[in-house]
Design a protein around this ligand. Sequence first.
Ligand SMILES: [Zn+2]
Ligand SMILES: [Zn+2]
Length: 133
Amino acid sequence: MLTIAEAEEIWRWSRRLATCFGSQNLEERCQAINTLLADASSRPHISLHDGRPHLHYSAADASAAAHIRAITAAGLAYMVCFAGADRLGRCARSGCGLAFVDTSRNGRRAYCSVRCANNDAVARHRGRRRSAD
Ligand SMILES: [Zn+2]
Ligand SMILES: [Zn+2]
């Protein structure tokens, strides 16, 4: 169970994570993620608790907030280094702007959801009709 203070801490952290998504250039994005990695005070180590070696990013006795900071900062770093920095997207529909991880095959996703893509297509269609009248 989280305390209010921990929940607020995680909320503030999520705002910082969000700044790593979108159209900033590669250097800015890597710098932002490096700052998160430093502030996450993660402690990567190999664990064997389930019989096969895998990485844990925080100490076993760390708080819930510390676990979340460590795993999310490492997750963003892995995305940038192994999947591509442009996979950290931000929804193109004005008024949404939600951060998303682009897991599409071609990596060309512009919207957070099918719903936003459809709403934007409808809005563009209406805009075209208005300007044609
Ligand atoms: Zn584990
Ligand atoms: Zn959206």
